[in-house]
Design a protein around this ligand. Sequence first.
Ligand code: SAH
Length: 201
Amino acid sequence: MVREQIEKRGVKNSGVLKALRTVPRHLFVPDLYTNQAYSDRPLPIGLNQTISQPYIVAVMTERLILSENDRVLEIGTGSGYQTAILAEIARWVYTVEISEALAIQAREKLAGLGYTNISFFTGDGHSGWSTHQPYNAIIVTAAPQKTPQPLLDQLADDGRLIIPVGDDIQQLRIYVKSQSGLTQEELFPVRFVPLRKKDPN
Ligand code: SAH
């Protein structure tokens, strides 16, 4: 998976590649899809949600330019796969999930795999998680129509935020905060599930 889908398409960061080789993706997909866990596509994880395509996980993580001292906020825990990748690289991961059922599953899975540098919160990620701000990096894995201001506010100086923005056709956007202000860059079109306002389940 890593060689064919990720390195060949230009992801080079050694920490990201190592994390992708370490985390057992098949443990994060439903039993029905175990045989497709390493294929080049997103997969259903129940409750109408998906685990992101491996390449997208890789690119988004690489763009966060994580170092081992970084504290990262993730919005949309989902299966917990992206959470594990982040926890392999960064010092601490704070992850927010609106669906209580998915949050519980992910917490149990990640604890079972031995991760001890992840904090979980069940709630609406539009507000970020103010308790632990500021974050060196923020990753959003569901798409809002526009970037929620609290996420920009909770970024540290030199912080990076990566987020899909839009309705049907979304753009993957990266913000970088610096002393001189905020820059933003559009990367490429993507398809994520919507960032919801409340848990429908
Ligand atoms: N990174 C996850 C992707 C999960 S899909 C993975 O690889 O498995 C997006 C997730 O965002 C879903 O679990 C969905 O329940 C969650 N979500 C949707 N709206 C949300 C919101 N407002 N706040 C937090 N999580 C949200």
